[in-house]
Design a protein around this ligand. Sequence first.
Ligand code: SF4
Ligand code: SF4
Length: 475
Amino acid sequence: MQLKTVLHRRFRDDSGVEFVYLANSAAILALDEPTAAVVDAFVHEDGVNSDPWVQAQPKPAAAESTLHDLIDLGAIRPVDEPAAPRADLPPMPFPLATLVLNVTNKCNLSCTYCYEYGEDKLTGDESSGKARMDDKTARDSIDFLMRSSGDRPQVSITFFGGETLLNFDAIKTATEYAEEQGNKNGKRVHYSLTTNATLLTDDIVDFLTSHRFGITISIDGDKDEQDRHRSYKSGKGSFDVIEPRIRNLLKKNKERNGRAVGARVTVTAGATPVVATYRYLVDDLGFDEVGFAPVTAGLGRDYALGEQGYERLLQEFGELGEEYVQAASRGESHGFSNLGDLVRELHQGVNKAHPCGAGLGLVGVSTEGEIGLCHRFVESKSHSIGTVQEGLDQAKRAAFLEQAHIDKKTDCTQCFARPLCAGGCYHEAHVRYGEATKANLHYCEWIRGFIDLGLKIYGRIQSTNPSFLARFDQQ
Ligand code: SF4
Ligand code: SF4
């Protein structure tokens, strides 16, 4: 029978233990030497005839047994085996888990790279709707979430902007109403919010910590980095305003045993090294976690990361990865959240049909109650999929998800990173190619490089302190 190894990625840890990551199932297998040799022997586009191959081995019975094990594990398959039918969309209407409320579309900062206000704004010059979400729309949104989340016992509400805290009234109204409606409907509600920290007063900190908000602060690093791109419209930098407010938040949040507070750093061309930024944000300011996101940019923006920028980013991620492994070997957490998320997904065998939950378990709501795929698509009329008052346009939602399915992205068919990337962010694709369902082929090398890094680190943890990974076991 003609057999061949399925789409995969081979990698090894520092001590030389070999692993294989299988793209079809997202499984990771540790390979002893004879097993690794069998995996390699069947890497052939037209396949290898198994019977003569087995007979040619020094120990045919052992080779045949290993081959059968690998067939059972899905690592080696007959060449002419029909492809498994693609995963269908889950039955619609799929219950929502997360609602992202854009409580305002205004911001008090004027960050040079902002997709919301810069040259890559989705809505172009069309009117952006009301500046602030009113209390009625906030309540309508909660009602919509309660009736659109089916039997889910837990739901999440994320507040976003503009600068979210410019409309604290709507946050307060929505949270208090969600508590009431959650109790009535037997659902636990989780809250989170992203802010630039300029308006974090004591009262707001009290409110957020008492409702156990997950808080993410958009910050680019120390004073030089922060003020380089994140300034007021007057041109004045924002660092001196946010620094004492962040310290106050982190102190109070720790005292109250709140949830981890994360920093989100936008990485632009020529930015400070990632490692130094991480050190500053964790060691000096006291953040629990830091995530780095390459800036979203159309072609030709001078702040966009070029090829060298991505290479440097990967190298610096490797340096932070080293710290992550050392911490894991001691059984300790490390706050590099990009890697933490990736290791978790690898451990859980995540195999995505869609790159993210946008339009599936998550939708965004504009200040006027219009529903978009996620927070980045609200107010883009062409991506509207309903209103909180009238509900989701299920036909439009399903048509988008059908079109955005990984199996429709033919460029991704032969890519080992497919289970985790699934073509990448719809908003990035829209900015780059004018179409949300296109694969983000401009950053494949970066994604594959990062996933390679994650695989290697996963292998090292697996070899040195596998018990660390138990924290990622699904309940
Ligand atoms: S976008 Fe690129 S990296 Fe992502 S799955 Fe497709 S081919 Fe792979
Ligand atoms: S489309 Fe992009 S920005 Fe929106 S939820 Fe998905 S990954 Fe995030």
